[in-house]
Design a protein around this ligand. Structure first.
Ligand SMILES: Cc1cc2nc3c(=O)[nH]c(=O)nc-3n(C[C@H](O)[C@H](O)[C@H](O)COP(=O)(O)O)c2cc1C
Ligand SMILES: O=C(O)C(=O)c1ccccc1
Length: 366
């Protein structure tokens, strides 16, 4: 019997669960602490209600967005997710090609299964951004950025919510650590600087060395300012939730932010992204690009984020589940389904261009 590709998120998750090793599934699905934020990510979208208007011709709907002068075909991107070979052997190489089919950017993680060069080569015309876990080593940080530039990446996304790994109860119970298994090291082992550090070390010692440079709990605004000087690529900061931090990003010439609680995987009881958005937007207005993730599952979720002032959203677990179920085709099905939902949502709201969304289309259900 062939099982049809799931439409509902719950079924997507269930089919991925059926296919994956239980510990790997738990690693992907779970959140930090008691998973309060993970749950809130979904429920807080529902506190917003859409207010449709009548009279616009919605026979066609434009989803295209301009981000830094580049057009993306719909207001979404694939979020940086590490170690995608856990879901499918082709990992990031499958996901980036799926993203390219839909004309949306793929954001490659620092801890991807394949190196940033391999990912770029898998689909050379794809829009690609590089997510940086700022290493606790200046030379390595510079080298990552330089390699991303050389491999045609169009932006750097610095993730700032990883001072330490979240206290993930499921992974701790399962005693599962992708680090211990040596996953997600390709960008390190293929780096000339990293290679010079580990030349005479055993595999085991190399893994320890990688973990040592991975976390930079002392990461601060000066580091970001230095990075600003070191590259001419647009820089995004991912993990912003406070308006003061968004304002600081503007001050030092950052191009954009990703409002994110890391899909509820880091700080439990964190504010949700959609709840953080209104005050951040009020503070920074259009001074930088605003992206948002954590809990995006449907067309109405995307419309809510855009109506409140986001320029585009990032998809995390939904596309990873698609990848686990059917590789590249699975990612395409997920993007296709969410895109169709978005199109219909806009038509039913009387909006024929995604750029026309604003706060008049939304009301808080209090
Ligand atoms: C398995 C997994 C691995 C992730 N790895 C990274 C990563 O390497 N870098 C990063 O910035 N965010 C990482 N994230 C967070 C995502 O970029 C994104 O913020 C989050 O998944 C969005 O929430 P959602 O899954 O509810 O859509 C990861 C998320 C998951 C589920
Ligand atoms: O699991 C994560 O959310 C994540 O970002 C990560 C952290 C360490 C290694 C790989 C991915």
């Amino acid at each position: 019997m062939t099982v049809s590709f799931p439409i509902r998120f719950q079924e997507l998750e269930q089919q991925a669960k059926d296919r994956l090793d239980p510990k790997i599934f738990d690693y992907i699905q779970s959140g930090g602490g008691r998973e309060e934020t993970l749950r809130a990510n979904e429920t807080s979208f529902r506190k917003w209600r859409l207010v449709p208007r009548f009279g616009a011709d919605v026979s066609t709907v434009s989803l295209a967005k301009k981000i830094h002068g580049e057009t993306i075909q719909s207001p979404m991107m694939l979020a940086p997710v590490g170690m995608q070979a856990l879901a499918d052997t082709n990992g990031e190489k499958a996901s980036i090609c799926a993203a390219h089919k839909y004309g949306i950017p793929f954001i490659a993680s620092t801890v991807s299964s394949y190196s940033l060069e391999e990912i770029a080569e898998a689909c050379p015309n794809a829009d690609r951004w590089f997510q940086l876990y700022y290493p606790n080593d200046e030379a390595l940080a510079k080298s990552f950025v330089q390699r991303a530039e050389e491999a045609g990446y169009q932006a750097i996304v610095v993730t700032i919510d990883m001072a330490t790994l979240g206290h993930r109860e499921k992974d701790l119970t399962n005693q599962y650590s992708p680090f211990r298994l040596g996953k997600g090291m390709s960008n390190y082992t293929n780096d000339p600087i990293f290679q010079s550090y580990v030349a005479s070390l055993s595999q085991e010692e190399m893994r320890t060395e990688m973990q040592k440079v991975f976390f930079k709990p002392g990461l601060n605004w000066l580091d970001i300012q230095e990075l600003r000087k070191a590259t001419s690529l647009p820089i995004y900061i991912k993990g912003i939730l406070h308006p003061d931090d968004a304002e600081k990003a503007v001050e030092i010439g950052i191009d954009g932010i990703v409002i994110s609680n890391h899909g509820g995987r880091q700080l439990d009881r964190s504010i949700t992204s959609i709840d953080a958005l209104p005050l951040i937007k009020e503070r920074v207005q259009d001074q930088l690009t605003i992206l948002l993730d954590s809990g995006i599952r449907s067309g109405p979720d995307i419309v809510t984020a855009l109506a409140l002032g986001a320029d585009a959203v990032l998809l995390g677990r939904p596309f990873i589940y698609g990848l686990a179920i059917a590789g590249q085709l699975g990612v395409e099905k997920v993007v296709d389904n969410i895109t169709n939902d978005l199109t219909k949502t806009l038509q039913l709201m009387g909006v024929n261009d995604v750029n026309k969304l604003d706060s008049s289309f939304i009301r808080h259900d209090s």
